[in-house]
Design a protein around this ligand. Sequence first.
Ligand code: ADP
Length: 166
Amino acid sequence: MIELHKGDITAFKVDAIVNAANQSLLGGGGVDGAIHRAAGPALLQECKTLNGCKTGEAKITKGYSLPAQFVIHTVGPVWLGGNNNERELLSNCYINSLTIAKNHHLASIAFPNISTGVYGFPKPLAADIAVKTVKHFLEESRLQRVLFVCFDEDNYALYSELLNSI
Ligand code: ADP
């Protein structure tokens, strides 16, 4: 089932939280910085062993000091105007993160609003892609709980509308 929440994803006690990381996987601003701060320095040590991550792909680490057991790091596309495969790459972030969760037999996973911060993806389009991709994935694979954790009011309003209208 899909749940909508507002708040700081680092506070969620779920099997895995998803990090909207960059290709280096070595930390950054926004939700990435918040996750590294809350997890502690051991997270960066593990991330250094992963050799980065391509846009649209995902890699898993432990959660260290986070309440979540794992972090699934995915790299969203930078919005470059819409003609650079941004939609498919964003959808791939959700599919690849969910696939890792499923392969690890995780029951709950929480997503931030990938690419809608400094990466500049239009929020209404990103929300539409996120909701459609997750719903489609859940038709074929069972995961007990998928949480969308919105940090800003705009995204929360967009997701509320989308999740109530389907
Ligand atoms: P990106 O580079 O993928 O755009 P950002 O971290 O800049 O990543 O932003 C992605 C989304 O994460 C934005 O909607 C931002 O509001 C949100 N965000 C920032 N901090 C947190 C947090 N602590 N918990 C959940 N979401 C957050």
